[in-house]
Ligand binder design. Structure first.
Ligand code: AMP
Ligand code: MN
Length: 272
């Protein structure tokens, strides 16, 4: 789930509140390139009796380009990860400025301040730029902002500067966490997953709103045969923009969480 610490709509405490209202027992907060929402989410979780798994969604480089990597079971603050993420967020800020410059070059009157009015001190992403475009009346909605300007290969699309998967996997492992390949869709096959495992991948996101049932079944089978852990969720940003992302719509078996915990425990007890 995402909060205002990155491109979600609700502050971390309210994300947990909504999860509690939806009857969820366990959630993971996985904001893009930040741990900033975790402390507030943990506090809300304690108050409401919702277990909050501390996470982060990293963007990494793999063979085909950008892949999203979910880190789970992170500490809510961790010096080495924080140092890494400060650079990642600076990259996001520079990229937002490049997107603004590109939009201006296409004749769209928008400033960096317009984007900052949406993002505040959050980890900046394309949704903030999209919301600024909507607020300024340049496009009717966020979907159109992506279609016309911000989506992959569109007019004002700017690539991220990306760290390699192996580097981020090492960082997360060093903090006692695990990494899962997020919403792979048609990228997922045995060869690709095996390759990603060589770089440290622990798990694959099996359940996601963008994964059709037959695809989920295929991923589940691949995870089983490759020895990958399974993760899943709604990728909820708080805006209910898509009925498939409806909060609580995707049940994730608690056994998947337990298997991850067992892996973490076995790593911790290993003598290097
Ligand atoms: P960024 O990390 O800045 O590249 O932005 C990625 C975010 O943009 C993700 O959280 C997605 O939820 C969101 N996003 C990507 N494509 C679209 C789209 N077509 N419409 C709405 N949101 C999108
Ligand atoms: Mn993602």
């Amino acid at each position: 789930m995402h909060s205002t610490a990155s491109d979600g709509v609700l502050p971390p405490g309210l994300v947990v509140q909504r999860a509690w209202e939806a009857g969820l027992d366990i959630i993971a907060l996985t904001d893009h390139d930040t741990l900033d929402g975790l402390t507030e989410a943990l506090e809300a979780g304690q108050r409401l009796g919702v277990r909050v798994i501390c996470g982060c969604e990293f963007s990494v480089r793999v063979a085909w380009g950008e892949m999203h990597l979910l880190g789970y079971f992170l500490p809510p603050a961790h010096p080495a990860i924080e140092r890494f993420l400060i650079d990642a967020r600076q990259m996001r800020f520079d990229r937002a400025r490049q997107m603004v410059e590109s939009l201006q070059a296409w004749g769209v009157a928008i400033s960096v301040d317009d984007v900052l009015a949406e993002a505040g001190d959050a980890s900046i992403g394309r949704p903030h730029v999209a919301r600024a475009l909507v607020r300024l009346g340049k496009v009717p909605d966020v979907a159109t902002a992506f279609d016309e300007f911000l989506g992959l290969g569109r007019r004002a699309y700017v690539e991220k500067v990306l760290p390699d998967l192996a580097l981020v996997a090492d960082l997360v492992h060093g903090a006692g966490g695990l990494v899962s390949a997020a919403h792979l869709r048609d990228r997922a096959n045995r060869t690709t997953l095996s390759r990603l495992m060589l770089d440290g991948l622990d798990a694959v996101e099996v359940r996601h709103p963008r994964h059709p049932p037959e695809f989920t079944a295929m991923l589940d089978g691949l995870a089983g045969s490759l020895g990958l852990l399974r993760t899943g969720g709604t990728d909820w940003h708080g805006d209910e923009r898509d009925p498939a992302c409806h909060l609580g719509a995707w049940a994730v078996p608690v056994e998947w969480v337990m298997a991850m915990e067992a892996r973490v425990a076995s790593r911790e007890s290993r003598v290097w």
